[in-house]
Design a protein around this ligand. Structure first.
Ligand code: UDX
Length: 470
């Protein structure tokens, strides 16, 4: 095996590359811990000293099932360390993963690339040997090309330092499993050397026969936003059907069930309700639309504006349903808002439909009590004016209307009788189509759901009976 001229101690093609992970938020912390679990030496780096101190002491500063245990285990193995020192990261890593956030810009739908640019600058200006920087953050197409030029300009290593793009597809709540068992890997590379480095970095996953797509940098950037746009479109599609159902008296849950058996359509991401939120889908479709317009192909993705609008309308319509359930007037109505996170098994309240609905109800004068099993703290930080309950029981006590806004198992599995004993009126708006409506109705509840008639039954799926077919 050949060695680089500058660092004879590190092989040019690292069989077991040492890794740095820049940005140890939800993506980076998970990636760092998982890479260590796969047997690599990993250094997590961030400018945020508080975050680094927490991770060093074995504490994950956000809620992600399974990550806490993995972090403690990998710190103990000695393979995983954390630091704020970029000099150390530049010396240590053969492969450097960029995992910083790309939030929506404050004054436009575009992605804010400040953190990506800063992370690449911080590393590239220090690296003086053959190494690979790998972008994992979600970025507008064209970013990698621009950053490649930037690296050439500022890196002491010059052309020895390369850039690749390797989008992540992990879902909050399943981040560890999605990282260790991804549906596919995508390598956006500009050279065979970069491809071999990435192949070495992910070698343990190939034992599972994980599909790999090797492509150019621009396509790799695009895969991520294309995937998220597709998922958002699928959700808004079924929610658009819910709007049609509302106008016709049809039942969107029955419709979704019937559609899901067409294997070309499938049932995943076809769950109607309050719609999508979080740190990815909403800002990714907006940034994608913005970038396509910049590139002169805005028309090709103009439908994403509609996807966004359908999604927002579901929030307003949920407020309408709660108002109707409260007798037409929200002022003074006691409303229990169950859920604040954008989805269950997460404490993330970024662009959370649940919290948005709670805030709108409060703005209309309802006496809202919010309860989320894990997101109360983040929600309080975002909306300190709302009242937060410490338990589901506290939230529903004396409520005129209960609104289920995030489908945590605790809510979906609640006993309608026990819940009914606490509320003032047995009226519930199921914003996530998560409840057994038949059981609630049997317990005397009035149940309302988006896209479903006021009196509805849960969809029945039976094996077809030959005599009925005749
Ligand atoms: C998403 C992508 O799934 C993931 O691949 C990417 O890496 C990051 O963005 P995440 O934001 O964690 O992941 O959440 P996801 O599970 O996709 O759900 C997004 C939103 O859609 C949630 O608010 C969820 O409640 C909503 N949703 C999802 C629906 O309303 N209906 C569905 O059928 C599915």
């Amino acid at each position: 095996m050949t060695s680089t001229t500058r660092t004879p101690d590190r092989p040019e093609i690292a069989e077991h590359p040492r890794m740095s992970v820049v940005g140890v938020g939800y993506l980076g912390a998970t990636h760092a811990a998982c890479m260590a679990a796969l047997g690599f030496e990993v250094l997590g780096v961030d400018i945020d000293e508080v975050k680094i101190a927490a991770l060093r002491s074995g504490r994950v500063p956000f809620f992600e099932p399974g990550l806490q245990e993995l972090l403690v285990e990998q710190l103990a193995s000695g393979r995983l360390r954390f630091s704020t020192d970029f000099d150390e990261a530049a010396r240590f890593g053969d492969v450097h993963f960029i995992c910083v956030g790309t939030p929506q810009a404050a004054d436009s739908p575009a992605a804010d690339l400040t953190y990506v640019d800063a992370a690449v600058d911080a590393l590239a200006s220090r690296i003086d040997r053959r190494a690979l920087i790998v972008g994992k953050s979600t970025v507008p197409t064209g970013t990698a090309e621009r950053l490649t030029e930037r690296i050439r300009e500022i890196a002491p290593a010059g052309a020895e330092l390369e850039l690749a793009w390797n989008p992540e597809f992990l879902r909050e709540g399943f981040a560890v499993d999605d990282t260790l068992h991804p549906d596919r890997l995508v390598f956006g590379v500009a050279s065979e050397w970069a491809e071999r480095q990435l192949a070495a970095a992910y070698a343990p996953l190939f034992a599972d026969e994980t599909p790999l797509v090797v492509t150019d940098l621009a396509t790799a950037e695009l895969v991520k936003v294309a995937a998220n746009s597709f998922l958002a479109t699928k959700i808004s599609y079924i929610n658009a059907m819910a709007e049609v159902c509302e106008a016709t008296g049809a039942d969107v849950d029955h419709l979704a069930s019937a559609l899901s058996f067409d294997s070309r359509i499938g049932g995943r991401f076809l769950k109607p309700g309050l719609g999508f939120g979080g740190g990815c889908l909403p800002k990714d479709i907006r940034a994608f639309t913005h970038r396509a317009e910049e590139l002169g192909v805005g028309q090709a993705v103009a439908f994403l504006h509609e996807v966004d609008h359908i999604n927002t309308r579901r929030r307003l319509r949920t407020v309408d349903l709660v108002r109707e359930a409260a007798g037409g007037e929200l002022r003074g109505a006691a409303v229990a808002a169950l859920g604040a996170a954008f989805k269950p098994d997460s404490d993330d309240v970024r662009d959370a439909p649940a919290l948005d609905v709670a805030r709108m109800l409060w703005l209309e004068g309802a006496d809202v009590r919010v309860y989320d099993p894990h997101a109360n703290e983040n929600a309080h930080r975002a909306y300190p004016d709302l009242v937060y309950a410490d338990s589901m029981a506290d939230a529903v006590e004396g409520a005129d209307v209960v609104a289920l806004l995030t489908e945590w198992a605790e809510f979906a599995e609640a006993d309608p009788e026990e819940l009914g004993d606490r509320v003032a009126n047995r009226r519930i708006v199921d914003g996530r189509h998560a409840l057994d409506g038949d059981a609630y109705r049997a317990a005397g509840w009035e149940v309302r759901s988006l896209g479903r008639p006021a009196v509805s039954e849960e969809p029945r799926v039976e094996a077809s009976v030959p005599s009925r077919r005749r």
